[in-house]
Structure formats: structure tokens, C-alpha cells
Design a protein around this ligand. Structure first.
Ligand code: B3K
Ligand code: ZN
Length: 880
């Protein structure tokens, strides 16, 4: 397959002004008539009209009223080229497609009898031939025709202009989108759906119609999505002065969907997982997920749709920015300082758990990649989450007001256009009179930088010096790295644990502040603080001010001190993680050398955890995170050679020892954090439930009668899914007598709720008791299917990515299972298959015996015939 390079970008030879489409919807054979007006692009000297088509049958092609014969155009490899076309072109294109046979869930497909589309990144070309690239923006008018009984609802982007009967049992709807858009934002939905609708008055006084469309029977699960939408609309007005530009905004839920949701203009299409919620079926995490995804897609209306990407290499322009916006929104929705910190911790956990490994592996790529084989493989944690960190750094460097100025200038300059990451950076720089040229390296260089901290205190001079040095390991295609522009937020704690006033030498500011943002731009730099009355304990990289690894030597006592006193809640959490990490890494080494994983000697850690657990001033949500040990994946990242079994044994031993040592405290925390009464997903109650369920999970590590009874009672009395699944997960990991019965009962009670059945599969897939054979058995369950991405993820992905000790079975059976599933999925849905293929991409990091078996599994997949380019790219790069 062909590699596409960023450096080869060339503007299109023709621009499209208008698009008119007519769909005759039929699951077996849908006909699409498209009429395009195009004109030559003054920015190109090309004279060919280039259209892309993928798996579509071309029925007829007319240019300026005359049918084009095979002599007038060339068609091959998905490209249709009309040579020497005139300045102005009207094309009439008729295509035929087969939605019911489309299992890729890209383009037009059928889910549970209804029609849906997914066009990002290159799905529009599966509907018709089109210059399907984001720098071609046009206005769309769309006519939908379909059987009235089967498809009573017909939706597309923009405004409904007209609807009526066609007489023959069919009906039609005509939609017009007043805004220019790239084809990837096109959408249609047709089927039997119902909606909750509300009107909302914007700040300007304009009234808009909001709708959430779902299948019949799900109307009792739409309120939270609707509320999230209203909150998002309000927030974007207040924080960024951005108003909803349409009279109608629709969200539609679909059960078969490749990812979370899609920001099609005015017609967002969502995975049911990110729409449907009520206390019976959704957990606190689900509620929070819905709020953030609804916000994310809504925010795309400005960051992505009004201003879009010039080419797909610029994907992070919209994704990194929009993730940053949804992160800030969620933090503001919680509202409290500690809530904001908890949200920050959650986001950094995702980054460390998924992005740092990606950045250190064979698929590492810059936030703005230089090349790809299949663009769908680049919707990654690097483009999204690291991209969001890069945007956050502008705000850290420029301040909130400076950042807002940059945003305002960005929209002033680029509204209605398809632009680049450089354009965004320049808007930030120009609006603030700053030179941000070095900052560009965050977009062009892959890999996670390492920042080393060295300090020196001079009591006589009352001076404290911090020396920061940076480095970055090579990544594929990038052996040498230049120094990044890194904001490092620093505070100094006195012996009481209070923040010292900071006087940074050479900063020119006389004002005392307690957090300084040091700008590290060279490979090594020393910063000097004056008037430092006593030797401080430095708190470095506060609020995780840059996506880097921080090497800093603390004693265990200093870590415990920071954990107890740092005014920066993120770094309080971080100190606890460091403390635990240090102990766990030492134990892994012991186990590797033949010793015991027994963590009995974890004195200082027990004391620090006890202090956190019993401090009633702390927010329970914070306590939950502070008392959760670094994950097995995060631990693995710290090691040169990964032995997943040693890591698992150590983490488990550590959990058991914490359960034992703090048993009484866990029991008290369990009782103190009950949330009796009616369920509410607000952050405070969710935090309590989180801590309570963590306490339960620790207690169940003891695997005794008392713990089993506690879990069973919680299961029996639960009035919400968070408590129910918390209890069930605890039981599933235990040898409680009621384990099997609880699992069976849960299934019976929720059989009708697909999203809950997903949880049921997922929970078992991740249970320590589930081995490869047990997963194969679960695959034979009548409710299992590979065709539905949520279901495939719930069992296969949960096992391969979320159950490391079983997946990495010494005999390699987990890898064989993985290979079989990648191959099976490849034939159904290449995008989902390629995601699963990523599971083994870091095989080289494992101990030799496992490495060899992983490599064999990868080679087996690579040798499969008719591999999609999605999977091929992943396995080829993994083996390279
Ligand atoms: N923009 C879509 C992602 C599309 C993925 C295509 N493979 C969802 C989002 O980020 O909002
Ligand atoms: Zn997005």
C-alpha cells in the first residue's frame, strides 16, 4: 500500500461550490444522484478534476450536461480523473451502493434496520465520487427518499426545508445546510426513531431546537445527554464567546459505531454508549463520559467545523484543541478546585497509561504526523491527548486571557477555512506578541521528553537553584531531537509545608507569587530563586504543566511530606504515586531475582496511605485516586524488560498488604462514604461512591467471609449501576460462594440492555479468574458477536488490553487468540481490527520468551491474505 506524505500536500485543482444529493434509500441497493458545481482553484495550476470513490459503483457521469464516456475520464485505484476540464464544471454523478452489506461502518450502513453514515476521515467516497478531502468545502442540499413505514424519520445536516409524501408508500425530506463544510462532516440518518426535544435560548436571544434521537424504548435515557448539550452551549458562550450557529442541533444514538461519536454539522451521530443513561444502566463514569463526549462533539462545531483542517496531517488542530476544550468544560462543571485537580489527574492518567507507551513504541508519531498509510490509524492518543496537552501548554505560557486572545484571533482570521497547526500557533503568538517558533517542535517531534531536575541551596546567599535538563529518546525516523520549549511550573515548600513566596532572579517581577512557570528552552538551564529563607522542598511540574517524564530525586520522607502538604493537589497525588512506584519497582526486581512479591516491608507507604485515607478534609474523589496504585501498564513503562507476571504479582501483593494493614480504615471509609437516598451522578456523590467501591475492592483482596458478605449485600441493595457493578466486579475477582450466581443474575436482569451486557462481558474479560479458555467460552455465548464494535471491545479488547496477567499466559495462548481475532475482525471491520492489532505493538519490550511468541503472532497476522491497509500498516510497523 501507498504511503501519503505531508510534504506532498498540494491544493486541489478544483473547488466545489455546491452539492446537491438525492438518495433513494434501500438497504440492498441505494441510488445516489449527486450534482456538483466546481470551478478551477486559482491556487492550483492543475486542470484535472480529481474525484475519489471507494467500493461505489459508477452508474452514470455527466459533465456540463453531456454524458462522459470511458474516453473522457480515467478510473482506477479509487481515483476518477477528468482531464483538461473547463474552468466551470457541473458534474452529475450517479452511484449505487449496498448499505446492508457494509460491515465496515464507514460510509452509509445499516444498524438495527436504520440507516446511518460515518464519513470521517474518508467515508464520503464510499457514497459517491467526490473530491473527498477536508480543504474542499461546499454547501449541501440533500433530498432523502425512503419507505415511509420503515423509515419515518429522515435527517441530514442543517435545516429541514420541505417534507412530504411521494404517493407510493414512500416519503421525502429536503435538507439544506447553510454553512460550507468538508465532505467528512456530511451525515444522514433514516429510520424508526423517536426524540426528546427542548428549545434553548442563546445569549443573543435566538431560540434553537435541540433534539436527542434514539430507538423507541430509550426515551427514558436521554435526559443527561440533553442536559450536557445545554451546559456545553452555555459554556462555549461564556468561556469563548462562541455561539451555536444553527437553528437546530441534533444528536442521534446508534448501537453499531466504530468510535465514540461524530461531530457532523448539526447532526452529531453518537455511539449509544455516549448518549443513553439512567441510574439503572449507567455508572458514574458513564455519566461523566456522556457529558464530556457530548461537549466534545458540540465544541467541534467551532473547532473543527467552522475552522477545519487543511489536510489530515493537521488532525490535532481540531482534535487536540477540542479535547482540551472538553477537559476544561468537565473541570468547570465540577466547579471546585479539588474537582478540577481530580479531573486533571484523570486526564494525566490516560496520557501515561496510553500515550506515553505509544510515544515510546514503533507506532510513535508526532502530534502532526509526517506520513501515513491509513489515516484512520492516526486517530490516536498522541493526536488527541498529547495534542490537548500541547494546547494546554499555550494556556500555561500565555495565561487564560492570553490564550483567549489567541482563540479570538484564530477565529477572526480563519473562520470558514481549512487551515494548519501552524496557523493556530501563529494566532497564539501574534495575539500575544510572542515568538512561539520553538514551540513548533511539539508538533513535529515525536517522543516524550525527559526533564531532569537538580537543585542546590545556598543558605548564606538565601538562594535556591534549580537546574533543568531535557532529552528525548529517538523515535522511528527521528534519531536526533532538538530541545523543546517546556513550561515547568514550580513551587517551593517551607518546613511547615507552606508555599514560600517566590522571587525568580531576572524575572523582573517584584510581585510575590507561589508558583513560577519556568520556561525551559535549552538542553540545560539553571533558574535561581532569591530570598529563600530555608532549604525548601521543591514541587516541580505542578498541575502537570508539560507532557514529560520528570526525573527528580526525592527521599521517601520528602515524598510523604509533599503528599501531605503540597498546595498543588496534582503533585500531592504525584508524590504518592512516586512513593508507591518506587516500592513496587524494587519488589519487581526482587521477584525477577527469584524472591517473594511479599510487600510486608512497605512501612512508609502504609503510613502515607493511612494518612490520606483518614484525612477527612480531603475530597473523596481525590482520595480514591491517591489510594489507587499505579497500573500494571504504567509500571511496565518504567522497566526495560517487562515481565507481566512479576508486575502483576507485585501489584497484587501490594494491594493485599494495603488491605490488611488498613483494614479498619477501609471499613470506616466504606461506611462513611455511602450515598443513601436517590441516585445522583454529581461529582461529589460520584466521588464518594468511587472511594467506597475502592474500599470494597481492597477489602475483597482479603477474600474472606466478611468481605464477600459486604460485596454481596452491596450487590443486593444497589439502587444504581455504579454500586451494582462495583460489587459484581469485587465478587468476580474473589472466591465468594455467590460469585457465579451474581454473574448469572446480572445477565438475566439486564439482558435487554445492550450497554449493560457489554459491561457483563467486559467485567468477566478483565477478571483475574478469566483465562484464554474462559474467554473463548464467553465468545460462544448467544449474545456475543464480533460485528458489533461495542461487543467486540467489551470482550476481546477488555481481555487483551485489560487483563495482562492472563493475556500474557506463558504458553502464548493469549497471543494466538489475539491473532485469530485480528484476522476475523479484519474481514468484518478493518478499523476495529487495526485497533486490536495495536495490542502487541510493544512486543520488543517484553522478556525474551514472550517476545518470541508475540512476534510469531504478529507474523501470522502479517502473512494473512487480503489484509486491510489498516491492519497491514500496524503490523508492518510493529515488526519493522
Ligand atoms: N472526529 C471523530 C473521529 C472520527 C474517527 C474516524 N476514524 C470523533 C471526534 O473526535 O470527535
Ligand atoms: Zn474530536
Amino acid at each position: 500500500p501507498q504511503t501519503i506524505y505531508r510534504k506532498d500536500y498540494a491544493p486541489p485543482a478544483y473547488l466545489v461550490e455546491t452539492v446537491e444529493m438525492g438518495f433513494d434509500l434501500d438497504p440492498d441497493l441505494t441510488r445516489v444522484a449527486t450534482r456538483l458545481t466546481l470551478s478551477r482553484n486559482p491556487e492550483s495550476d492543475g486542470k484535472s478534476v480529481v474525484l475519489y470513490g471507494d467500493g461505489v459503483q459508477l452508474v452514470q457521469l455527466r459533465m456540463n450536461g453531456r454524458e462522459l464516456t470511458r474516453r473522457g475520464y480515467a478510473l482506477g485505484n479509487g481515483v476518477l480523473e477528468i482531464f483538461n476540464a473547463p474552468e466551470q464544471v457541473t458534474l452529475e454523478i450517479e452511484t449505487a451502493i449496498h448499505p446492508a452489506l457494509n460491515t465496515s461502518l464507514m460510509g452509509l450502513y445499516v444498524s438495527n434496520g436504520n440507516f446511518f453514515t460515518q464519513c470521517e476521515a474518508e467515508g464520503f467516497r464510499k457514497i459517491t465520487f467526490f473530491p473527498d478531502r477536508p480543504d474542499v468545502m461546499a454547501k449541501y442540499k440533500v433530498m432523502l427518499r425512503a419507505d415511509k413505514k420503515k423509515y419515518p424519520v429522515l435527517l441530514s445536516n442543517g435545516n429541514l426545508i420541505e417534507q412530504g409524501d411521494l404517493g407510493d408508500g414512500r416519503h421525502y425530506a429536503l435538507w439544506e445546510d447553510p454553512f460550507k463544510k468538508p465532505s467528512y462532516l456530511f451525515a444522514l440518518v433514516a429510520g424508526s426513531l423517536v426524540c426528546q426535544e427542548e428549545t434553548c435560548t442563546l445569549k443573543s436571544g435566538r431560540e434553537v431546537l435541540l433534539q436527542v434521537w434514539v430507538e423507541e424504548g430509550n426515551l427514558d435515557k436521554t435526559q443527561h445527554a440533553m442536559d450536557s448539550l445545554k451546559h456545553s452551549i452555555r459554556w462555549d458562550e461564556e468561556r469563548y464567546g462562541l455561539e451555536l450557529d444553527l437553528d437546530r442541533f441534533m444528536i442521534v444514538a446508534v448501537g453499531d459505531f466504530n468510535m465514540g461519536a461524530m461531530e457532523n454539522k448539526g447532526l452529531n451521530i453518537f455511539n449509544t454508549k455516549y448518549v443513553l443513561a439512567n441510574p439503572r444502566i449507567a455508572t458514574d463514569a458513564d455519566y461523566a463520559g456522556i457529558e464530556s463526549v457530548v461537549a466534545h462533539e458540540y465544541f467541534h462545531n467551532w473547532t473543527g467545523n467552522r475552522v477545519t483542517c487543511r489536510d489530515w496531517f493537521q488532525l490535532s488542530l481540531k482534535e487536540g484543541l477540542t479535547v482540551f476544550r472538553d477537559q476544561e468544560f468537565s473541570a468547570d462543571m465540577i466547579g471546585t478546585d479539588s474537582g478540577r485537580a481530580v479531573k486533571r489527574i484523570e486526564d494525566v492518567r490516560v496520557l501515561r497509561q496510553a500515550q506515553f507507551p505509544e510515544d515510546a513504541g514503533p507506532m510513535a508519531h508526532p502530534v502532526r504526523p509526517d506520513s501515513y498509510v491509513e489515516i484512520n490509524n492516526f486517530y490516536t492518543v498522541t493526536v488527541y491527548e498529547k495534542g490537548a496537552e500541547v494546547v494546554r501548554m499555550y494556556q500555561t505560557l500565555l495565561g487564560r486571557d492570553g490564550f483567549r486572545k489567541g482563540m479570538d484571533l484564530y477565529f477572526e482570521r480563519h473562520d470558514g477555512h481549512a487551515v494548519t497547526c501552524d496557523d493556530f500557533r501563529l494566532a497564539m503568538a501574534d495575539a500575544n506578541g510572542r515568538d512561539l517558533s520553538q514551540f513548533e517542535l511539539w508538533y513535529s517531534q515525536a517522543g516524550t521528553p525527559r526533564v531532569k531536575v537538580e537543585t542546590a541551596y545556598d543558605a548564606g546567599q538565601e538562594a535556591f537553584e534549580i537546574t533543568l535538563s531535557q532529552s528525548c529518546a529517538p523515535t522511528p525516523g527521528q534519531a536526533e531531537k532538538k530541545p523543546f520549549h517546556i513550561p515547568v511550573a514550580v513551587g517551593l515548600l517551607d518546613s511547615q509545608g507552606l508555599d514560600m513566596p517566590l522571587f525568580l532572579d531576572g524575572s523582573g517581577s517584584a510581585e510575590a507569587f507561589t508558583t513560577a512557570v519556568l520556561e525551559l528552552t535549552e538542553s540545560s538551564q539553571t533558574f535561581r530563586f532569591k530570598h529563600v529563607k530555608e532549604k525548601p522542598v521543591p514541587s516541580v511540574l505542578r498541575n502537570f504543566s508539560a507532557p514529560v517524564h520528570l526525573d527528580i530525586d526525592y527521599t521517601e520522607a520528602e515524598l510523604a511530606f509533599l503528599m501531605a502538604h503540597d498546595s498543588d493537589a496534582f503533585n500531592r497525588w504525584e508524590a504518592g504515586q512516586r512513593l508507591a512506584m518506587r516500592r513496587m519497582l524494587a519488589l519487581v526486581k526482587t521477584v525477577r531475582e527469584g524472591g517473594q512479591a511479599d510487600a510486608g516491608a512497605a512501612g512508609p507507604l502504609h503510613d502515607a496511605f493511612r494518612a490520606t485515607l483518614t484525612d477527612s478534609r480531603l475530597d473523596p474523589a481525590f482520595q480514591e485516586f491517591a489510594l489507587t496504585l499505579p497500573s500494571e501498564t504504567v509500571l511496565a513503562e518504567q522497566l526495560d524488560v517487562v515481565d507481566p507476571h512479576a508486575i502483576h504479582a507485585v501489584r497484587q501483593a501490594m494491594r493485599r498488604s494495603l488491605a490488611q494493614a488498613l483494614r479498619g480504615e477501609w471499613q470506616i471509609a466504606y461506611q462513611a462514604n455511602r450515598t443513601p437516598g436517590e441516585y445522583s451522578p454529581d461529582a461529589e456523590s460520584a466521588g464518594k461512591r468511587g472511594l467506597k467501591n475502592l474500599a470494597l475492592a481492597y477489602l475483597v483482596e482479603l477474600d474472606d467471609d466478611a468481605a464477600h458478605r459486604l460485596a454481596q449485600t452491596q450487590y443486593d441493595n444497589a439502587n444504581n449501576m455504579t454500586d451494582r457493578i462495583g460489587a459484581l466486579a469485587a465478587l468476580a475477582n474473589s472466591s465468594a460462594p455467590g460469585r457465579e450466581q451474581a454473574l448469572a443474575r446480572f445477565y438475566e436482569d439486564f439482558e435487554q440492555e445492550a450497554l449493560v451486557v457489554d459491561k457483563w462481558f467486559s467485567l468477566q474479560a478483565m477478571s483475574r479468574k478469566t483465562d484464554v479458555a474462559a474467554v473463548r467460552e464467553l465468545m460462544r455465548h448467544p449474545a456475543f458477536t464480533l460485528k458489533n464494535p461495542n461487543r467486540a471491545r467489551s470482550l476481546i479488547f477488555s481481555f487483551c488490553n485489560g487483563n495482562p496477567s492472563q493475556f500474557h499466559a506463558a504458553d502464548g495462548s493469549g497471543y494466538e487468540f489475539w491473532a485469530e481475532q485480528v484476522i476475523a475482525l479484519n474481514a468484518i471491520n478493518p478499523q476495529v481490527a487495526a485497533r486490536l492489532a495495536r495490542t502487541l505493538d510493544r512486543w520488543r519490550k517484553y522478556e525474551p520468551a514472550l517476545q518470541q511468541k508475540m512476534k510469531a503472532a504478529l507474523q501470522k497476522v502479517a502473512a494473512t491474505r487480503s489484509l486491510s491497509k489498516d491492519v497491514l500498516e500496524v503490523v508492518t510497523k510493529s515488526l519493522a
